[in-house]
Design a protein around this ligand. Structure first.
Ligand code: PLP
Length: 435
């Protein structure tokens, strides 16, 4: 209660702003993820690894736009590239541009794709990836992972972080079906459970177009794949002619130079990318193996979008591609590893019921002593302490992502000193919890 009082005090201007915003924007925000009680912090500007809010507070940003700000806010290389496009190139042509081809070639090389198309959001990329898989296989049903989030497309709204009372027994999850989803067209399986996947494929494989999975789940804090899990998923999809879609909207460049699939050595049929690739501009993509992407060539599926591959997003993406060298990403990963190790030391020292999980440039503290391998394990973690730890940080000038399902990002703009601030904050919280 004292921490909430403190929050209301230093962010009172954000509270007043949210009342005004609520008259024009439902909940006073432009995406429901931006809303939290009692109100979200209203930002006026950002630079590097820091944000300034309407109350004049300066916050260390560890959320970094859910990973979209991988190269830092107002990175001068991105700013110059976008300014150059505005001054010399233009914004939108609706006919092909050489910039879009250049960028597609860079992405092919980096992510190991045969062909790809640009879109404007992760949601769109997932929608078109699923349509491609349906057109390619002539099948309708999909499989998704229990509890997983993949954006706003209707079939993927099934089993997004549901209540445990809604979802049936662990060995046979029953998806609650929202919106416009035909019953029986979305199957749900637990992450890290090949047996469950095998059973669903044996029973329904001939109707299943694709399996959608985050190779590392980054919407339930961070859940890592068991050794051999993704290779097993690959094999089962091959056995049943099912298109394997890796949703790399959140992993992408934050998981390494070629994304999580390259890092983990398992090649999907299609991959969806967004967030980190666009330097903060609305850029996303879907692509992968030629035979699947050929559905766009031979007319089995059409893909549209006025803003696709526009010159501003292409300019930003090229700058990001230049900035995200092996060396730059490895250096940021080292900073992240240092922070994870230091927080592990605090956890041991104070015997906190917690452990850290990290991959690439991202990390989180999971408030449980047992490993989290799937959604049900995740739901068994201590959300009370997780919320307190978020509130504790933000009250002391560190904005980790507000949703408890998220993780921090060490961007190219973060320094060891920034991460030391997080480590110091966790230590103070540990003292308070034990004190
Ligand atoms: N897929 C995953 C794994 C996501 O985390 C998100 C967004 O957070 C999406 C897809 C949707 O992306 P967008 O918000 O760009 O539509």
């Amino acid at each position: 209660a004292a921490e909430w009082e403190r929050f209301r005090d230093w962010s009172a201007g954000s509270g007043r702003h949210n009342v005004r915003a609520g008259e024009a924007l439902p909940l006073g925000v432009t995406s429901s993820f931006q809303h939290w009680d009692p109100w979200p912090i209203t930002i006026t500007s950002a630079r590097g690894a820091h944000l300034t809010d309407v109350d004049g507070n300066r916050l260390l940003d560890l959320s970094m736009g859910f990973g979209a700000m991988l190269v830092g806010h107002l990175n001068p290389v991105v700013v110059d590239a976008v300014k150059h496009a505005l001054d010399e190139i233009g914004t939108l042509f609706v006919t092909p541009s050489s910039q879009a081809t250049d960028m597609a070639e860079r992405f092919k090389t980096r992510f190991g794709l045969d062909m790809l198309r640009f879109t404007n959001s992760g949601t769109e990329s997932l929608m078109y990836a699923i349509r491609s898989a349906r057109a390619f296989t002539g099948r309708k049903a999909i499989i998704k992972i229990e509890g997983g989030y993949h954006g706003g497309y209707d079939p993927l709204q099934v089993s997004v972080k549901p209540g445990l009372d809604e979802i049936g027994p662990a060995d046979n999850p029953t998806p609650a079906t929202p919106f416009d989803v035909e019953a029986g067209t979305v199957h749900v399986v637990a992450y890290n459970d090949l047996g469950q996947l095998e059973r669903v494929l044996s029973a329904h494989g001939t109707q299943i177009a694709c399996l959608v999975v985050e190779p590392v789940i980054e919407n339930l804090a961070i859940v890592l794949p068991d050794e051999g899990y993704l290779a097993g998923v690959r094999r089962l999809c091959d056995d049943h002619g099912v298109v394997l879609i890796f949703d790399e909207v959140k992993t992408g460049l934050t998981a390494g130079h070629g994304g999580a699939s390259r890092r983990l050595g398992v090649k999907p049929d299609l991959v969806t990318l967004a967030k980190s690739i666009g330097g903060g501009l609305p850029l996303a993509a879907f692509g992968g193996k030629r035979d699947v992407m050929e559905v766009v060539v031979d007319g089995r599926m059409a893909h549209f979008g006025t803003y696709n591959g526009n010159a501003l997003c292409m300019a930003a993406a090229e700058a990001v591609d230049e900035l995200c060298t092996h060396e730059a990403l490895a250096a940021a990963e080292q900073v992240n590893l240092g922070a994870l190790e230091a927080i592990d030391t605090v956890i041991d020292e104070y015997e906190l019921p917690a452990h850290t999980v990290g991959v690439g440039l991202k990390g989180c503290v999971t408030w449980s002593t047992s490993p989290v391998r799937n959604y049900r394990d995740y739901k068994a973690t201590d959300f009370g302490v997780a919320e307190l730890s978020w509130l504790w940080g933000v009250n002391r000038g560190i904005l980790t992502p507000p949703g408890l399902d998220e993780q921090w990002l060490v961007s190219l703009a973060h320094t060891t000193t920034d991460m030391d601030q997080l480590v110091g904050d966790v230590r103070e919280l540990a003292k308070a919890l034990r004190g």
